[in-house]
Design a protein around this ligand. Structure first.
Ligand code: ATP
Ligand code: MG
Length: 361
């Protein structure tokens, strides 16, 4: 194999959107290769695909972390001639022989339609050639042991046997930027992941109670694998916590803390959308009424990508992306001091307005 053929989902990629998406994806892939120290000789855009020339065995680890890639295959690039394609297909079968292959199929896909044969004709010609050369093999369209893919571009053909599913989503930056409120918990790293997956470049903000924020930095490093542009700021919040303890009855404290987070962001990062790991009904501060009250103190767009997820779903994603093991490490977060045994579950803006006004950010 001498290259990787990289596919993206083309749904919704119309008109002017398309080159922008493709350029962003290309930049994302280059960034990821650099981040993981993967050597490559060339990376190019062809119609509907990106071709990466790399012999580095670890290139697939980097590609598996790039949002916007739907799937990819390690492939052999060859000149666009039926004889050349045959030769490479024979090579592939030869190298798969030790795996006791008995059945195969050829699946051709033309990325451009100006080649002088249809996909079906190519399937038949190559299939027949394989049967002649390897009479012990049989075609199985439904359940082949070896599925040989051929993709036809303007000037080259690509031959491969495996398709790796990738993350999907949109390349970083096509949806702009946003702030993600990162706690030491399980949910907010997953919220950051979900919003990055939809093409947002992210600045993580963590409001800290202590100076030992190693755990937060570890979560940041893990998330950075999916977006090397990711930023983290840690903002000491003790002074504000103390004001909240001073001015607020205990039942409102967590809600006031959440409002203080949002107002702080609005002041220091004006016009940035704010993303949280809130999840409906999970804790007292996350009832519809309380979420509405928190939002009412700010005009910022607040996005809550996990709002409808079950905790179990969130945990599964956290495990898959590698943040779970870090999130369950012990940590004293801002809210630990402020939790109440009887938190208000239906705070109205009117009843807490005066307290909020006293907090100096
Ligand atoms: P998580 O697992 O993300 O901590 P949670 O279910 O524990 O979520 P809360 O502690 O109520 O929920 O926090 C709700 C959201 O507020 C978090 O998902 C996060 O976006 C934000 N948040 C909480 N604590 C902090 C913090 N110390 N710094 C920044 N954001 C925070
Ligand atoms: Mg939390």
């Amino acid at each position: 194999m001498n290259c990787f053929i990289i596919r993206y989902s083309e749904i919704g990629l119309k008109g002017k959107n398309r080159p922008y998406f493709e350029r962003s994806l290309l930049s994302s892939i280059k960034r990821s290769l650099k981040y993981f120290n993967i050597e490559f000789s060339k990376i190019t855009r062809i119609r509907g695909r990106i071709i990466l020339h790399s012999k580095d065995k670890k290139a697939d680890d980097a590609l598996k972390k790039v949002f916007g890639i739907a799937s990819f295959s390690e492939a052999i690039e060859c000149p666009l001639k039926i004889q050349e394609i045959k030769k490479e297909v024979f090579e592939l079968i030869k190298s798969s022989k030790d795996r006791e292959i008995k059945t195969f199929r050829i699946t051709t896909n033309r990325l451009v339609k100006n080649f002088n044969m249809t996909s079906q004709q190519i399937n038949e010609i190559i299939g027949e050639a394989v049967l002649l050369r390897y009479p012990e093999l049989k075609v199985s369209l439904k359940n082949p042991q070896l599925n040989i893919g051929i993709e036809i571009s303007n000037s080259k053909a690509y031959v491969y046997t495996k398709k790796e599913k990738a993350l999907g989503g949109l390349p970083i930056s096509v949806s702009g930027r946003c702030i993600v409120l990162l706690s030491g918990g399980i949910d907010s790293p997953v919220a950051a992941y979900q919003i990055m997956r939809r093409g947002c470049n992210v600045h993580l903000i963590h409001f800290s109670h202590t100076t030992s924020t190693n755990k937060i930095k570890k979560i940041y490093e893990k998330l950075k694998e999916y977006n090397p542009l990711l930023k983290l700021s840690i903002i000491p919040f003790n002074n504000i916590e103390n004001q909240i303890i001073k001015y607020s009855p205990s039942k409102y404290r967590i809600i006031i803390l959440r409002i203080a987070f949002i107002k702080y962001i609005e002041k220091h990062f004006p016009n940035q959308p704010i993303v949280t790991g809130d999840n409906l009904g999970q804790v007292a501060s996350q009832t519809i009424e309380n979420l509405r009250t928190i939002s009412s103190f700010s005009s910022a767009l607040i996005l809550r990508p996990l709002i409808s997820f079950d905790k179990q779903q969130i945990i599964e994603i956290a495990k898959e992306i590698g943040t779970y093991e870090l999130s369950i490490l012990p940590y004293t977060d801002c809210c630990n001091l402020l939790v109440s045994t009887h938190p208000e579950i239906k705070a109205t803006p009117e009843e807490i307005k005066e307290i909020v006004e006293k907090i100096q950010l």
